[in-house]
Structure formats: structure tokens, C-alpha cells
Design a protein around this ligand. Structure first.
Ligand SMILES: Nc1nc2c(ncn2[C@@H]2O[C@H](COP(=O)(O)OP(=O)(O)OP(=O)(O)O)[C@@H](O)[C@H]2O)c(=O)[nH]1
Ligand SMILES: [Mg+2]
Length: 328
């Protein structure tokens, strides 16, 4: 890749050069410190152009229909004059893995649109790193002029919290008839969701979807969530048959209007930015610790001692921290 200056990247993105957007994202994602630093400079320069987009997270178990949903919703939004970026974050796959390629093909309509941009977010590295890159990619897309950024993530493990921490609106897609266990739905996801939508509410599945809808609505009510005045609604849709998507988007806008009016949107983003800062710090600290020669020299033996009951976890932890020079 020929070297470009920070200026060239910034100007390229300002004038809407998609190839340069893609290259800037690659820089930000890079594991190579020099490239990553250049990416940071580009991002810093573009920061004033960010912040204007609607940031929406779409989560749910594999196969619930996230990509189909984003494809269909994205088309609606483009018809309304929006410009849509869709980022996919899947901690269980790598960029070269099948599922990412699958995502491209599953958003077939959106991927042909000039006003849309689809980009898989690489995983690998630590979780904080994953979230960081996706978040920074989101900011680059905003600076480029996408006014809706949708982040797709499988709602398992910690990726859901990482994504919830970078969006304005967190939508969880659900299936009717599948047990909560199967859907990996823990209390946690219900706590961060701004809306639940029962997808595949079509054909024979419609009745079950209605039942699931009232069950989840009741479950949410019991939780007494009204976080900053917003009560997460439970809707139904069929991404495949393009039903219920307008109603969902209306709710997203209602949420935005309500939170902007009260200043809660600014507050949410401010909290997210601070938490993001800490994630980066904690991530860097943990990497530095694992790389530290004195720590590395003792790690294997200490882990074995803990595993086999010769040392307590706290005693071993203290030795690791001492070796790192951070013992208290
Ligand atoms: N009947 C029905 N099928 C759907 C609907 N939405 C998606 N599907 C189908 O469900 C399958 C999975 O859809 P995807 O959109 O790839 O699901 P996903 O959640 O993105 O899956 P991963 O990215 O693998 O986690 C596909 O065969 C879709 O055609 C729907 O509303 N109704
Ligand atoms: Mg998908």
C-alpha cells in the first residue's frame, strides 16, 4: 500500500472517496503500530465531523435474521434519503472466515447501493481491541457522511456489552418459540436493550411470535427498567417479508427525539466515551503485563500452581503484579 499523508486521507474522506475511507479503516484496524498511529491521526482530524449519525446496534443469536433485517431496513432508510453504513462484528469468526463473507452476500441489496457501505469488523486480539476498532470505524463512517451507522453483532458473550456501549440505540432481535437458554438471553441483554423485536413473525410463526411478544413485554415490565424515561418496547417484524420495519424505525426516532430533548443522548455518549477510554487503558495494561519479561518468565509455573492447588489465586496474582512492578 503506497503511503499517503494524513492530509490526503482527511481530504479524501471529506470529498467522499470510498476507497480512501476503506484504507483509513484498514489503518485504524492495523496491528502495526505505525499504521495504527497514522490511523489515529486521521481520526483525530476528522473528529469534528463525527457525532451526527444515529448509531444503532443490532444483536441476536446466530440465524435470528440480523443481516436480513439490516439489509431490509437499510433499503428503507436509503429510500428516505439516508446514507447507511453497516458494520458487522462477530467475535466467533475471523475476517477471512465464512461468516463474514456470508454477511456480504446476505446484505445483497444494500451491498449494491451507492449510499450504503458494508464492512466487517475484524476480531482477534482482545475484546477491548475489537470494540475499539469497531467504534473507530463507526466514527470514520460518520465523518464520511453516513448518517445511520448500524453495528451487527451476535448477542453472545461480552460482544453485546461492547456494542451496547458504542451505540445510541440497542436493538435485540429474538425468535419466538426458542427458549431463553437457546437464545443466550440472560438478564444482562434485557437490561441493555432499548427495544426487542421478535423477528420471523411470518407464516405459521405469527401466533408464536405474538405470544413471545407479550411474554417479553411482561418480563421487561417486571424489571422496572425505565432507564432515563425510556421504556423498551417489544415489537414484531419479518425481515424477510419486509414487515414491521417502519414501525421499528419510528421507535428508534422517537427514542432519539426523547433523549436528545432531555440531554440524555449527550450524557449517554459522554459516558460511553469515558468508558471507552478506560477500556483502552485496561486493554493496554493487560497487554503490557502479559508481554513483560518477568511476568512471562513466571506465568506458566504460577498458573500450574494455581491449577493444581499449590498456590491460592490471590497469592499467585500478587506475584504476577509484583513481577510487573505493580504490586501494592
Ligand atoms: N421466515 C423468515 N426467515 C428469515 C427472516 N429473517 C431472516 N430469515 C432467514 O433466516 C436465515 C438467517 O438469516 P441471517 O440474516 O443471515 O441471520 P443472522 O442473524 O445475520 O445470522 P448470523 O450473521 O450468522 O449470526 C436466512 O435463511 C434468512 O433468510 C424472517 O423475517 N422470516
Ligand atoms: Mg449476519
Amino acid at each position: 500500500m503506497a503511503k499517503l499523508s494524513v492530509d490526503a486521507y482527511v481530504r479524501g474522506i471529506e470529498r467522499g472517496d470510498r476507497a480512501l475511507l476503506a484504507r483509513a479503516i484498514t489503518l485504524v484496524e492495523s496491528e502495526q503500530p505505525r499504521h495504527a498511529a497514522l490511523g489515529q491521526e486521521v481520526l483525530e482530524r476528522l473528529l469534528p465531523r463525527t457525532g451526527r449519525a444515529s448509531r444503532v446496534g443490532v444483536s441476536g443469536v446466530p440465524g435470528v435474521g440480523k443481516s436480513t433485517f439490516i439489509d431490509a431496513l437499510g433499503m428503507h432508510l436509503i429510500e428516505q434519503g439516508h446514507r447507511v453504513a453497516a458494520l458487522t462484528l462477530d467475535p466467533s469468526s475471523t475476517v477471512t472466515g465464512g461468516s463474514i463473507l456470508g454477511d456480504k452476500t446476505r446484505m445483497t441489496r444494500l451491498s449494491r447501493e451507492a449510499d450504503a457501505y458494508i464492512r466487517p469488523s475484524p476480531t482477534g486480539g482482545t475484546l477491548g481491541g475489537v470494540g475499539r476498532k469497531t467504534r473507530e470505524t463507526m466514527l470514520l463512517c460518520e465523518a464520511f457522511g453516513f448518517d445511520v451507522v448500524i453495528v451487527e453483532t451476535v448477542g453472545v458473550g461480552q460482544s453485546e456489552t461492547v456494542v451496547a456501549e458504542m451505540v445510541d440505540f440497542y436493538l435485540v432481535l429474538m425468535l419466538a418459540g426458542a427458549g431463553d437458554e437457546l437464545q443466550g438471553i440472560k438478564r444482562g441483554i434485557l437490561e441493555v436493550a432499548d427495544m426487542l423485536a421478535i423477528n420471523k413473525a411470518d407464516g405459521d410463526n405469527r401466533v408464536a411470535a405474538k405470544r413471545a411478544r407479550s411474554d417479553y413485554a411482561a418480563a421487561l415490565k417486571l424489571m422496572h427498567r425505565g432507564q432515563r424515561g425510556w421504556k423498551p418496547p417489544v415489537l414484531m417484524c419479518s425481515a424477510l417479508h419486509d414487515e414491521g420495519l417502519d414501525a421499528i424505525w419510528e421507535k428508534v426516532q422517537e427514542h432519539r427525539a426523547q433523549l436528545s430533548g432531555s440531554g440524555a443522548l449527550q450524557a449517554r455518549r459522554a459516558d460511553q466515551a469515558v468508558r471507552w477510554m478506560w477500556r483502552i487503558v485496561e486493554d493496554a495494561l493487560s497487554q503490557a503485563l502479559r508481554r513483560h519479561p518477568d511476568v512471562r518468565a513466571r506465568l506458566g509455573a504460577l498458573e500450574r500452581d494455581v491449577r493444581e492447588g499449590r498456590a491460592t489465586a490471590s497469592a499467585a496474582a500478587r506475584q504476577i503484579l509484583d513481577a510487573f512492578g505493580a504490586g501494592a
